[in-house]
Design a protein around this ligand. Sequence first.
Ligand code: COS
Length: 386
Amino acid sequence: MSVNYFLTEEQQMIVELCRQIAEEKIVPVRAELDRNEEFPWEIMKDLAQADLFGLYIPEEYGGLGGGTFENCLAVEQLAWGCIGVTTTFAASALGGYPILLFGSKEQKERYLPDVAAGKKLVAFGLTEAGAGSDAAAIKTTAVDAGDHWVINGTKQWITNGGEAEIYTIIAMTDKHKGARGASAFILEKGDEGFSFGKKEKKMGLRASSTRELIFNECRIPKDRLLGRRGQGFIVAMRTLDLARPGIGAIGVGLAQAALDESVKYAKERVQFGQPIISFQAIQHMLADMATEIEASRALVYAVARTIDGGVKNFSKLSAMSKLFPTDVAMKVTTDAVQVLGGYGYMQEYPVEKMMRDAKILQIYEGTNQIQKNVIAQALNKEYAAK
Ligand code: COS
């Protein structure tokens, strides 16, 4: 029996729909997508047809008006199928959040309906070669040239790079001001001076596309500034705060898939004359996996609901909801390979891919070490205030 999270009828429908897509559309092709490093356009079309790209977008802009919780429910189920595919979907929300959070009415009206309809994918561009964890160290510049902006620089490891039509990026408008000198912009594929680097080759997450964004004297209209000049670092941080529970949910879905494979195998595999699930060494591994997954799910759901409840400062909770489930996903997928033994290491079984894929969860959208920094910094502030 599972924990009862008292989902509404609508939320239950999201879970069932995404599970069905995972089982019918994702699982049958995931090994091939991984092998060929193929972008999952067909599945993106299925998700668009199911209106899932509009899950987090308000109804007035063509979305379903859901919150962080609905988004987490969806990506958890999709991730049960493949986190490469799910990252493609989730990165579009990551790229869309800055517009949702900081866009003017005109910008929202211009971009969000196409995003909600799944006609256009979005990508978020913060990271650079010299600015990963140290996000304020970005070197890309945006110069006010009177009636337009001129952008120069290179963004690195951008999910959906080259595939997306819309890009929300962070660039320095006032370098000497540090983090307060960054601003956010909306870029469109086809903007003059905007091109893409080659597709990166990755350990896992190979269905997801990762490229550089290259800005060479890139000219964009004045109205592409997102939020106020100097607000870019806050745009990035608030975007990440909102997106991180979704990464935790992806961890939950992936870990659940690895547990399901482990139990199934342990019941079938006979050694020493009995199914290996009868051995305590295996039982205890499975018990730990199941318990840690349930704890992760409970944390993600509770944080997502807290965010949707309207709290203001949720950086700490958001970091926790990314940190714990993604560490669990790494451990559970590694243990799944162990339960399956030699077969687990072979490509005929899905757990080797799951283990390769899991590693990125501890790295992207802020390494898990950065999540601990965010949590510790919040604790420091909270206790100082008491
Ligand atoms: N929400 C709102 N404001 C925030 C914020 C948040 N979550 N986090 C920081 N800020 C504000 C701070 O209050 C500070 O404002 P003031 O200048 O007015 O004091 C400003 O932003 C700078 O904050 P801070 O000094 O803490 O910035 P740091 O350079 O030390 O960096 C970390 C903070 C490490 C948390 C940040 O760089 C980070 O999140 N790095 C990881 C980036 C990441 O996740 N990359 C993944 C790739 S993008 S998918």
